[in-house]
Design a protein around this ligand. Structure first.
Ligand code: PGA
Length: 251
């Protein structure tokens, strides 16, 4: 079994001080965790101070997005090396909010993913279908094209450094969770796609997270599905008690 990964994506929440307060409370509850990998993904403005506070702990630091150019005249953009210098080891690419609110298409997501790898970061590639797409029976087509674009140019060696996250858009921030069976089915489909592209043994080792309204009460059922290796948590990761309970559930 792959080591489970629980990541908390804070989105546009928490000032640097609020981030530190969270970390102090969270570390106090959790202690030293090694059996599950835990990752906090604060907004850019909290990365450096959070990274300092997390130093020496078992909790990793990730960023919510990056730009694919290494440096230059790209106002408001942040590069892989800037994130690494703040202590990040992971970065989300292709989160549905970036795709739907900020216009990241599959090709852009693919370029971001490659630049994350080039910069020594572990990209977490987020994919997922909308409710309309699911109702129209287009889930596999949508996931397939997000995988194709997001992993364009990623070979069998590089894929080992990628984490996948299946997040049905209709379950993000809506309180509506995919049932464990729906989540398992979609994640198994993603793993089969990866097996075809990269081979069965590589695909087995890749971690695929589920995301979308994961809470302390449903986390166990979701992360114990055979193909699900952890969770990408939004809303419930803002509260140290709730997030610690999800990590406990994954243990
Ligand atoms: P949610 O967000 O847990 O608030 O649904 C999940 C995500 O967007 O990663």
């Amino acid at each position: 079994m792959n080591r489970r990964l629980i990541a908390g994506n804070w989105k546009m929440n928490k000032t640097p001080q609020e981030s530190i307060d969270f970390i102090d409370a969270f570390l106090g509850k959790l202690g030293d965790i090694r059996d599950v990998e835990v990752l906090l993904i604060p907004p850019y403005t909290s990365l450096e101070s959070s990274g300092r506070r997390l130093a020496g702990s078992s909790i990793g630091l990730g960023a919510q997005d990056l730009f694919y150019e290494p440096s230059g005249a790209y106002t408001a953009a942040i590069s892989a090396s800037m994130l690494a210098a703040c202590g990040c080891r992971h970065v989300l690419v292709g989160h549905s909010e970036r795709r739907h609110l900020f216009g990241d298409d599959d090709a852009t997501v693919g370029r971001k993913l490659v630049s994350a790898l080039d910069g020594g970061l572990t990209p977490i590639l987020c994919i997922g279908e909308t409710l309309d797409e699911r109702r129209a029976g287009a889930m596999e087509t949508v996931l397939g094209s997000q995988l194709d674009g997001g992993l364009d140019g990623v070979d069998a060696d590089a894929i080992e450094r990628v984490v996948m996250a299946y997040e049905p858009v209709w379950a993000i921030g809506t309180g509506e969770t995919a049932t464990p069976q729906q989540a398992q089915e979609a994640v198994a489909w993603v793993r089969a796609w990866l097996s075809q592209r990269y081979g069965v043994s590589v695909a087995k080792r890749l971690r695929i997270l589920y995301g979308g309204s994961v809470k302390p009460g449903n986390a166990t059922d979701l992360v114990t599905q055979p193909d699900i290796d952890g969770a990408l948590v939004g809303g419930a990761s803002l509260d140290p008690d709730a997030f610690a309970a999800i990590v406990e559930a994954a243990r």
